[in-house]
Design a protein around this ligand. Sequence first.
Ligand code: HPA
Length: 272
Amino acid sequence: MNAQDAIARSAERVRACCGGRAPRLAVLLGSGWAALAERVRDAVALPYAELPAFPVPSVPGHAGTLLAGSVGGRDAIVLCGRRHAYERGEAGAMNGLVRTLAACGVEVLVQTSAAGSLDAAMRPGALMLIADHLNLVQRSPLVGESDSSRFVDLREAYDARLRAAAHTHAQRCEIDLHEGVYAWMLGPQFETPAEIRMLQRLGAHAVGMSTVPETIAARHAGLRVLAFALITNMGCGLADERLSHAHTIEVAAAASERIVPWFESLVGTLDL
Ligand code: HPA
């Protein structure tokens, strides 16, 4: 099956799963955000394995299930888990998923992830809104595209109006919402202390192994993007703690008790 057919078939299945609803917003749940999946109302579940355009993740904490339902009172598609570029070396691992969302009429992609902090003022448990990114992997999910739509303008990769709405809602709910630049590193190993110092000098505030390729694919597909990074640790060498995936999931799960209910209400209030 070619990529176009896989997207068309996947979109047909996702639409059927949505019943009479036509969600305009999708939420992609990254490491440590699984608690949101439990708050989806009237959820109908579809395993990624049944969608030919979708990649099946191999990382613990990434279920590989699509939920069609409502979040904060709004019809939404919730994507439990992503495949990372480091799993098979493909920057375009999530292209089929993102393009299926666009084919289903989704207009806004809200991304979530875990990240390390490069900023002493942003401690584990803090929430950062991504204002911009550094693609330090220097790989693109658009390699292989052939028409001129591949030359995507990323001046506003992360939608300014949606970011302003997130800040307003955070103030209203007294949630401390940071904003900064996210540096994409391939992983799966964590950074060295020297790399963390380099990232600080380059102007990044957080570092992670995801989000950027999905943002590029989403902008190419015409979706607006809002993205959050939950800080699970200080960058390597900035604190004494040892880094591990288990530590990432544990810290994110604890912080998400406070953040997930706020996030759910934000999804309900966004003006699409
Ligand atoms: N580096 C990269 N990715 C991460 C980190 C980190 O320190 N923490 C959580 N995801």
